[in-house]
Design a protein around this ligand. Structure first.
Ligand SMILES: NC(=O)c1ccc[n+]([C@@H]2O[C@H](COP(=O)([O-])OP(=O)(O)OC[C@H]3O[C@@H](n4cnc5c(N)ncnc54)[C@H](O)[C@@H]3O)[C@@H](O)[C@H]2O)c1
Length: 248
């Protein structure tokens, strides 16, 4: 699989894990299109500059993955321009933490809309060109929290567990079409999302990690890249854990 021929779409690519995924694919020569939904363009512009400096074709777009119509329109434009998408990484995600007793319907709906419906929207929009090519890789970023739950994150955990059921179902549907669908479940990773956690929560997480440290975005990106590589042709419907042993 020659990277220079591959079109890779990454959601939530402006920062954190998504940025590391974009840079990894770009370092191997792929063309990278990423979307983000930051309030400002600073992080997206910085990431785009890094990609351009690597000499690969790259694009950044502001797109809310929770909007079915906007996602459909985006992938229609991509299909027109490139005629194909080889890899989709559904990475965009948000948290709106709170104890269930105090969690509003809005907090629940927003997290489910971005984290789970966003994965549905993008996957649905991308499979038509992939089926036409009879090839494609879809990698969904779940979380250890979707596997073991977490206090204050009922909405987030539900969305991330939902991704696992979605991944396995779609993997079964698309296996005969040459498309693999897998999930990556990171543990506790050093990004803006975890930066904002209270120190007490961070320490509690750290105490449970056998490897004794939090993960780096690049360590997740390596696994995502591998799942999209020629080394992973017979892997579908799996959940690959990148968590330092936090959950086995
Ligand atoms: N950081 C961790 O410890 C950790 C652990 C497990 C799983 N994850 C998951 O990994 C993914 C990336 O997390 P991160 O820590 O890099 O987050 P981050 O907050 O650093 O970045 C989130 C990215 O998602 C984008 N985004 C947010 N809402 C969006 C929307 N509506 N439409 C499109 N893009 C949107 C943002 O613009 C940004 O690019 C998320 O799905 C997260 O749940 C993170």
């Amino acid at each position: 699989m020659s990277e220079s021929k591959r079109i890779v779409v990454v959601t939530g690519g402006s920062k954190g894990i998504g940025k590391a995924i974009c840079l990894k694919f770009a370092s191997e020569g792929a063309r990278v299109l990423f979307v983000h939904y930051d309030p400002d363009e600073q992080a997206a512009n910085d990431t785009l500059s890094l990609l351009n400096n690597m000499g690969v074709e790259a694009q950044a777009h502001k797109l809310d993955v929770s909007s079915f119509e906007a996602v459909e329109a985006f992938f229609t434009r991509v299909a027109k321009e490139y005629q194909r998408v080889d890899v989709l990484v559904n990475n965009a995600g948000i948290t709106q933490d709170g104890f269930l007793m105090r969690m509003s319907a809005n907090q629940w709906n927003q997290v489910l809309a971005v984290n789970l419906s966003g994965v549905f929207n993008c996957t649905k929009a991308v499979i038509r060109p992939m089926i036409k090519e009879r090839s494609g890789r879809i990698i969904n970023i779940s979380s250890v929290v979707g596997q073991i739950g977490n206090i204050g994150q009922a909405n987030y955990a539900a969305s991330k567990a939902g991704i696992l059921g979605f991944t396995k179902s779609v993997a079964r549907e698309l296996a005969g079409r040459g498309i693999t669908v897998n999930a990556v479940a990171p543990g506790f990773v050093n990004t803006e999302m975890t930066e904002k956690l209270p120190d007490k929560v961070k320490e509690a997480f750290l105490a449970q990690i056998p490897m004794g440290r939090i993960g780096e975005p690049e360590e997740v990106a390596e696994t995502v890249y591998w799942l999209a590589s020629s080394g992973a042709t017979y892997i579908t419907g799996q959940v690959i854990q990148v968590n330092g042993g936090l959950y086995m």
